[in-house]
Design a protein around this ligand. Sequence first.
Ligand code: HEC
Ligand code: HEC
Ligand code: HEC
Ligand code: HEC
Ligand code: HEC
Length: 218
Amino acid sequence: MPQVFSKSANGVARFVVWATCAALLLAIVIGIALPRSGFVTGVGQAVAQPVPFSHKHHVGQLGLDCRYCHNGVETSSSAGLPATEVCMTCHSQLFTNADMLAPVRASLASGHPLEWQRVNSVPDFVYFNHSIHIAKGVACETCHGEVDDMPLTARAHSLNMGWCLDCHRDPQPNLRPPQDVFLMHWKPPDDIARIRRSLISLLDIHPETMTDCYVCHR
Ligand code: HEC
Ligand code: HEC
Ligand code: HEC
Ligand code: HEC
Ligand code: HEC
């Protein structure tokens, strides 16, 4: 009987088996880690914009309130982005010739709104509403991070279902008095635990139904 496989082929076969196992293991590790990494979720990655608008300058230094530019945030599902006219209340007098602001001037002249690139978004089959979170004491900072430190805006959290549910299961530790929701770098007062307990009933929050599927998928 002639030998079909030589002695060395045995070694090759063993190598192939081990290499396949190692490759599989690596694929599993990447498959778990990658969807959670900033590379895929976009967390912490600044998004390039048609105009390099800086919250660090306009909020951190000039102290503008969020509602000056995102005026839907208390009343509707979306926060909204500012119209070109809002920029021009100041920039018709300030930096009127700056190259950086050329797209703003062109937008005003043509009537075509600036095409801001989205930083945060959830899929169409998810229902999200800003006004309810604002009214129930969930701060901008809690979901969007410290935007007043951002020269270009980046996503602060994954916005995936697990992230929403983490809070919906137990909202109490994330609440603050509704009048403070627009503040950045907020420092909780000493008796915050007591305040948060009272906010649950004061604001009529019902954690027992907040994880029902229909809340976000309707
Ligand atoms: C002077 C106007 C102005 C003010 C004030 C302002 N913003 Fe913005 N904001 C913008 C513009 C313009 C964009 C779009 C460009 C960008 O994403 O940076 C934006 C984008 C954002 C985004 C990302 C939107 C997306 O695509 O997901 C968030 C979040 C945000 N702002 C939060 C805030 C918060 C919180 C405050 C108050 C602390 C605030 N902004 C104050 C003008 C403003
Ligand atoms: C309340 C007045 C005001 C409004 C409204 C305003 N800006 Fe500004 N903006 C300023 C001032 C003041 C500076 C200079 C900041 C600095 O350099 O310290 C500035 C600077 C800038 C710069 C130069 C880069 C930088 O950040 O220093 C850009 C670009 C800019 N603004 C874009 C915008 C856009 C786009 C809007 C509308 C979404 C807007 N601004 C709305 C007052 C305003
Ligand atoms: C509970 C978390 C949460 C809070 C609190 C929150 N946001 Fe958002 N924000 C989101 C999500 C999620 C999106 C993406 C929504 C979508 O795709 O429809 C978003 C989108 C945005 C956008 C993009 C435009 C839009 O309306 O979709 C802006 C601007 C914004 N938020 C500003 C704010 C400001 C300002 C505050 C505070 C006054 C705030 N957000 C509070 C979660 C939050
Ligand atoms: C940091 C806390 C927090 C996060 C994060 C959060 N929520 Fe909420 N959400 C709340 C609170 C508090 C309420 C008010 C619940 C109540 O009134 O009983 C609420 C209410 C809602 C409601 C309205 C429910 C109703 O009564 O109609 C929807 C829809 C919703 N959230 C969707 C989302 C989605 C989608 C996400 C993720 C993209 C999200 N939320 C992330 C705290 C949060
Ligand atoms: C607090 C809001 C919230 C609640 C409650 C919620 N979801 Fe979701 N769900 C989301 C968001 C946001 C996404 C999109 C982001 C993602 O895929 O993680 C999503 C995505 C999904 C997807 C698509 C999964 C995927 O990988 O693309 C399914 C299926 C789903 N949800 C089923 C459910 C079921 C079943 C329930 C009830 C047990 C539920 N959800 C409750 C927020 C919610």
